[in-house]
Design a protein around this ligand. Structure first.
Ligand SMILES: Nc1nc2c(ncn2[C@@H]2O[C@H](COP(=O)(O)OP(=O)(O)O)[C@@H](O)[C@H]2O)c(=O)[nH]1
Ligand SMILES: [Mg+2]
Length: 330
């Protein structure tokens, strides 16, 4: 075992004892992608699989951080431990929101049963980056009961959150325009639970009714299926938080009883393998080890001795990437 491996192993052992600084250091080491992280990622995978992973998504300012903070307090009251990963848009424009997260999360600063980590999105706005996936793996392996990932629901992010979360919560707010944001942003398909936050504001009932109408249009769930609930919360004063915690527990129980949890674990595994394989292949084709073979192909395409499709296919055939057959698993 290399010195790096040993250091990571020590950090993981301490993280599993509930040592927060060791947990943070391990997440940072993986985030900066220092050499020799593959072995520890393997250990994390083997140790994990116990945490309930919840994704919370919705537009900036919808109150996700406030909601997560209140939810964490409720879950702590039930004797469960909660780790929060807040994926902050890296844009300087949102500096205020990041600061806001920190201040609210300080409510929990003295509680050893709560862990809070902010991650930058590093350019992929709202995206669940590789670093986030690895952070969740650390927290799962370290034995946290709940891992909550807060992301801004933009573009690819909502699809990506499904790849790491057992339960996805979509947050909407009243009075943000004529259309419910979740519908506009294409978030309807991924929501296991809808929350209309800021229910203390006018028109909260109207927003909830619009969401319910959309869900009704989609038809009733299959027998034994999950009926997506629409909950209302006012996360500043804690209204509806107890019901949200109950609904999350109910969704987890349903997933376990119906076999859905197993199906989702399969999908997540397939998506994970695919994404890592894709990264590997890109690294190989672009990296220094690609070497002369790629250079020659590039020259052949430029000189029109070879077409780019055949060239790409020939390169990939040398490094095949298995396509996950997600439909077959579903
Ligand atoms: N009126 C009201 N304001 C809220 C509620 N929840 C959050 N807020 C406020 O909405 C703003 C954005 O909250 P934040 O949690 O940072 O939203 P995020 O960007 O989605 O994480 C803050 O000023 C909060 O105080 C709520 O239930 N009611
Ligand atoms: Mg936030």
């Amino acid at each position: 075992m290399s010195a790096t491996d040993e250091r990571y192993q020590r950090l993981l052992a301490r993280a599993r004892e509930g040592e927060v600084p060791a947990t943070s250091q391990l997440i940072s080491a993986l985030e900066s992608r220092r050499a020799g992280t593959e072995a520890i990622l393997g250990d994390l995978h083997r140790a994990g699989g116990h945490a309930e992973i919840v994704g919370i998504t919705g537009s900036p300012g919808s109150g996700k951080s406030t909601l997560v903070s209140a939810l964490a307090r409720e879950l702590r009251g039930r004797g469960e431990t909660v780790a929060i990963v807040a994926v902050d848009p890296s844009s300087a424009l949102s500096g205020g929101a990041i600061l806001g997260d920190r201040i609210r999360m300080q409510d929990h600063v003295l509680d050893v049963g709560i862990f809070v980590r902010s991650m930058s999105t590093r350019g992929s706005l709202g995206g669940v980056s590789r670093a986030t996936v690895d952070a969740v793996a650390v927290l799962d392996a370290a034995g946290w009961d709940h891992v909550i990932v807060e992301t801004v629901g933009v573009g690819q992010a909502e699809v990506e959150i499904m790849r790491i979360a057992h339960t996805t919560v979509v947050v909407s707010v009243p009075g943000a325009g004529d259309d419910v944001q979740a519908i506009k942003a294409g978030l309807m398909e991924i929501a296991d639970l809808h929350v209309v936050n800021k229910a203390d504001r006018p028109d909260a009932n109207k927003t909830a009714a619009e969401l319910l109408a959309m869900l009704t249009l989609a038809g009733p769930p299959a027998a034994g299926g999950w009926a997506v609930p629409v909950l209302s919360t006012a996360s500043l004063d804690g209204t509806g938080i107890l019901e949200l915690a109950d609904a999350l527990a109910a969704h987890l129980a349903w997933m376990t009883a119906s076999g859905e949890r197993e199906r989702r674990e399969l999908k997540m595994a397939a998506a994970r393998i695919h994404s890592i394989a894709r990264d590997l292949i890109v690294e190989r084709l672009a990296g220094p080890s690609a070497g002369a073979a790629v250079d020659q192909v590039v020259r052949d395409v430029a000189a029109r001795r070879l077409d780019p499709h055949s060239a790409a296919r020939a390169l990939v055939d040398n490094h095949p990437v298995p396509e996950p057959q997600l439909e077959k698993i579903a």
